[in-house]
Design a protein around this ligand. Structure first.
Ligand SMILES: C[S@@+](CC[C@H](N)C(=O)[O-])C[C@H]1O[C@@H](n2cnc3c(N)ncnc32)[C@H](O)[C@@H]1O
Length: 273
């Protein structure tokens, strides 16, 4: 059976860092290993041929990254999270600001961003919100920008929307074209998509709400600490941070600067600078 040892994984992450400036050295080892093994299997590579390909063929890096990062996502993922957003978090932000800013960090193919836009549209405030959606993976960002998805994904998205108790009819939000669901550009009018690396990238703005769901689960504890520090700096005081339902901040150095607003949905509020 295909296997790879920890030293070879370290060689690979070091090579990607030195040659391409992508830093996976502090990603959780178990999932990093699974992804590398998957790439070796898909591309029929041994450890040595993989390392050689990464060394000799710079064009391979994007393909490699695309397989390395886990881009799985869906619209209205965890519908109860979206109900809390609509009923508690967004109204709480609006008590102080009529216009506000959201950062979707690790937005993958953009389903989370579209869900936010649809929810804000139904709340009648889409025009008051500026959103920045970022990801490490440039290929996946192109998909996110397009707002076009396979029609076959719509069944699950619609089920989530119904459980979220959206006020419209999900099918009205897109048109069907050649087996694809095409969402109108107006839904993304206030969104700017850009590449940003949570590990090596800078703090670039201040936000009222940051969603970084199902991303930090791939990081080890020291990287989670660093990234939480960046989120803390990127939030206005009393701003909100949402992470994935299976993730937790409690072990992080900066956790005492936040309070838990909703433990099931993993929503936190910055209370200390
Ligand atoms: C599983 S998806 C999460 C998508 C969405 N937030 C959700 O919950 O459905 C994880 C995303 O994090 C991105 N990612 C991984 N490492 C990153 C980093 N260092 N900086 C920015 N994005 C990163 C991946 O490219 C991937 O698209």
């Amino acid at each position: 059976m295909l296997d790879i040892d920890i030293n070879d994984l370290k060689r690979i992450s070091e090579l990607i860092y030195q040659k391409y400036n992508y830093d996976f050295r502090n990603y959780a080892m178990s999932s990093f290993k699974r992804r590398v093994l998957r790439i070796m299997e898909l591309k029929k590579l041994t450890v040595d041929t993989l390392i050689k390909k990464l060394n000799d063929n710079p064009a391979f890096i994007n393909e490699f990254l695309d397989e390395l990062t886990v881009n799985v996502t869906e619209m209205f993922r965890d519908p109860s999270f979206w109900r809390i957003m609509r009923e508690e978090i967004i109204p709480a932000i609006m008590l102080n600001h009529k216009q506000f800013k959201i950062w979707h960090a690790g937005c993958a193919s953009g389903e989370e961003v579209l869900s936010m836009s649809i929810m804000l549209k139904e709340m009648g405030i889409l025009q008051d919100v500026t959103m920045i959606a970022t990801d490490l993976d440039v290929n996946i960002l192109e998909r996110a920008k397009s707002g076009v998805y396979p029609l076959k994904n719509m069944e699950l998205n619609e089920k989530n929307y119904i459980r979220f108790q959206g006020t419209g009819s999900f099918k009205d939000y897109y048109r069907e074209e050649n087996g694809m669901a095409v969402f109108p550009k107006e839904l993304l009018m206030n969104v700017s998509f850009r590449r940003h690396d949570l590990v090596l990238g800078d703090v670039f703005n201040k936000f009222d709400l940051i969603l970084c769901r199902n991303v930090m689960i791939y990081f080890n504890q020291s990287l989670q600490n660093e990234v939480l520090k960046k989120f803390h700096e990127s939030l206005f005081k009393y701003g909100y941070l949402a992470i994935g339902s299976k993730e937790s901040l409690i072990w992080c150095d900066y956790s005492n600067r936040f309070i838990v607003v909703n433990n099931e949905e993993k929503i936190y509020k910055k209370i200390k600078d």
